[in-house]
Design a binder for this molecule. Structure first.
Ligand code: HAM
Length: 435
């Protein structure tokens, strides 16, 4: 048997799942996506669909050549030489901010709108060590705001959106962590201070942190290694290095969050694993039972230099991405309704079967989910199946019904049964999701 590749999985209809793992039920993913699309509509975001693969250079330059994502986790290959793109290096997207920024530049979107608001829903790929909540193909819902302005309200609107989606998905026990990483200059000063503070104690650092001292010192702050903790505790907070502009921005973001009634904790060690951030960074973690170690549901922040880094004009940016797989893991068991048929059509006898076909077609054209079983069965077994599928009604068509022109309609929830005129039966039913 050929199985899915390591740490990838099938998302299935609940009724076809062999292990009953609700974390992989496709209707739970759809539920979150529908909620997100509606929130994006309310905030004026439009959808963008970028390719699943891009030129490798985009991520190396965009996400950062020294990040874990770029050094260890990308699926990269050299394309076969051909007429187009002679043997170039391509990569499955590990995230979608760099692709959206590429599209912003490629299509010169700044000429069409002062503020561009785009969202995306789709798979991303990272070659990580898999565990509960961490997969090599995972799904993100994300949004990016690009334009001339960097008003702190844009940051707060993005955060509001994430919190709105998560709340509507039924998630509780959430914690919003907020920090600032300053701009390029304040960060350079901070990094120099970290390097200076740790220079004499590098032998005490974990292997990862010792390497990062050269390549990406900021990341030492979010090291989980025990031995790094006493050293990290001695480092000055980044706030000591902020200039007036970065400080004012951070203060304003907090003020607008307070005004919006959104609770948060300031986490001085939050730096995020992608290099493009400036000023605001945030993460939402879940404390839901059963979520496990991978409890970051969403993350994002401001990236005011990324458009220029990738060859565009000076532009400000803010965005976030939410991990749908993890949201689904943290959702309550019964948190998302699965689609059920509105009506199950039971036919008894050959003539009734022919008629049932057109009856089902009429119901579907009128917008109802109508199930018609082609296997002949007894009424009892047909009703058992209708109940199993969660149908709201059963419509019974047999010889008597054909002769009288009255169908027998059974309300499977109320357990009532009555005769309805064959030419107007649709008026007697309502949709499953409306009851
Ligand atoms: P990120 O923090 O790398 O940010 O990913 C965002 C979310 O994707 C995480 O919080 C997590 O829920 C989910 N995620 C990441 N890796 C995995 C995985 N291997 N398995 C399951 N879920 C995962 C970004 O990707 C940025 N592009 C966000 C952003 C947008 N910043 C600005 N704009």
């Amino acid at each position: 048997m050929i199985r899915t590749a390591a740490y990838t999985r099938d998302l299935l209809p609940a009724s076809l799942s062999s292990d009953g793992d609700a974390a992989a039920f496709v209707h739970r993913f759809q539920f979150v996506e529908d909620i997100a699309r509606d929130w994006f509509r309310r905030y004026g975001f439009q959808e963008i669909r970028t390719p699943i693969f891009e030129r490798t250079e985009l991520f190396a330059r965009g996400v950062g050549a020294e990040t874990d994502i770029v050094t260890k986790e990308m699926y990269t290959w050299r394309d076969r030489a051909g007429d187009d793109g002679e043997g170039e290096s391509l990569t499955l997207r590990p995230e979608n901010t760099a692709p959206v920024v590429r599209a912003y530049i490629q299509h010169q979107m700044w000429k069409r709108a002062e503020t561009v608001r785009l969202y995306y829903i789709g798979p991303q790929f990272r070659r990580e060590r898999g565990q509960r909540g961490r997969y090599r193909q995972f799904f993100q819902i994300g949004a990016e705001t690009l334009g001339v302005g960097d008003h702190p309200v844009l940051d707060v609107e993005g955060i509001e959106l994430v919190m709105g989606i998560l709340a509507d998905a039924g998630l509780r026990n959430l914690e919003l962590r907020l920090n600032t990483v300053g701009d390029a200059e304040t960060r350079a000063r901070f990094v120099a201070a970290i390097q200076q503070a740790l220079a004499d104690r590098r032998e005490e650092l974990s292997d990862d942190s010792r390497r990062r001292l050269e390549t990406n010192p900021l990341r030492i702050l979010d090291s989980k290694a025990e031995q790094d903790q006493p050293l990290i505790a001695t480092l000055p907070p980044i706030y000591d290095f902020l200039d007036d502009d970065c400080r004012a921005h951070f203060d304003a973001v907090r003020r607008y969050l307070d005004a919006a009634g959104i609770a948060y904790v300031v986490d001085a060690r939050l730096v995020r694993g992608l290099d493009y951030y400036t000023k605001t960074v945030f993460e939402v973690v879940s404390h839901a039972p059963g979520i496990g170690a991978q409890n970051a549901l969403a993350g994002g922040g401001r990236y005011d230099g990324l458009v220029e880094t990738l060859g565009g004009p000076p532009t400000k940016g803010f965005g976030f991405a939410l991990g749908v797989d993890r949201v689904v893991l943290a959702m309550p068991e019964d948190g998302a309704p699965e689609a059920r048929p509105d009506v199950f059509i039971v036919h008894l006898g050959e003539a009734a079967f022919e008629r049932a076909l057109s009856v089902a077609r009429d119901a579907r054209r009128a917008g109802f989910a109508a199930m018609l079983d082609v296997t002949p069965r007894s009424i009892k077994s047909a009703l058992r199946l209708a109940n199993k599928l969660g149908a709201r009604y059963a419509l019974l068509l047999g010889e008597t019904e054909l002769a009288t022109g009255q169908w027998t309609l059974r309300d499977l929830i109320r357990g009532e049964q009555f005769a309805v005129p064959a030419d107007a039966w649709l008026q007697y039913i309502s949709r499953n999701d409306e009851t």
